[in-house]
Design a protein around this ligand. Sequence first.
Ligand SMILES: [Zn+2]
Length: 359
Amino acid sequence: MKATVVERRAELLRLYAGLPWKTALARVEAAAPGSLLIPEPDAGQLVLEARVMAALAWRQITTLHPWGIEYVDPRSDRLLICFEPDVAGRRNAEATQELDLAKALLPRADEYDQIMGVPGARTHIKDGRVVLRLPGTTASVVLLGLDPEEWRRAVETQDLEMRTWGMTPCHQGRPDSLHPVERPYRRPGRRGTAASDWLLSGLLRRAGLIRSLGVPLVVTGWLNCRERGGGERWIIDPTFAEGHGPAGHRRLAALLSAPDRGLPVTIVDEHCNCDLPPGYTDQCTTTIASVRPERPGALEVRTIHRRGDRLRRIQQDRPALYAVQKKLTHSLPATVNRWLESVRPPTAGATGTAVSAPR
Ligand SMILES: [Zn+2]
């Protein structure tokens, strides 16, 4: 067990963000006394991060880490995201990390002025790193782990492909300004500035938590619907193996809603199927929702615990990938385990029925 307060905070930061130990320790040591473990970004930064999370939620390439993210380094004025190297043995070797990210992030408009990618996003290389930003704001997301030359080639390839398909790359020739079709996306109330941006930004800043479930297999996410009150309901479905049954998804929900370091949310619904024998559904669903009326939004977490024949097929189909993913499991620090025991939610023990925790 870590002995000092600083070390215990660094353990928490490593758990939430996935940061390497020394980096986590350095961040905590440099932080002002009493500051939040995971800083809250300002409004512009929040919008950029939310759109990046939305674009990354469903990766099109095989990744080892959830969403291909090795770790995030959340600062108050920016966010650094370190992506894993390309996975050896990927089914489509030409779909590199750089190309897939260029496709996901760069904005392009169709003939009806609908934008795919992140509206307003511009990228440049600075000190060998790919930096994503929004013109007219101080917001930036630094994409670590990418090769600058590969990134330049990926942008060229993506732009060429978009033009071939009759789409307009919005960023081309406009490094510091918006394309006319991007401007409406920056107005309040449009998709580019949703009321629940805090939820997506907050999730991205805590991306490491997914690995606390067990062996991470794959995770996808999508927008389900608009909630009453203007917020959005997002769904993520982390698929994992060798976890801790009901304890696994309950502690993920507890960590996501923890005071001080979690999101301002509470657990509003849980449907647990952990007690069903292998061969039935592998999915348990927990919904967490905002506790602040002025910041609406909900996140439905569908944890899918692969076991039995389904797990054996995954292990036999891609043994090398599974062996690497097995090493990515985050084990919880002893202090966190003790805290989780002390806050055991009132839904614990419920099986096969939808139950609600007090709001
Ligand atoms: Zn369960």
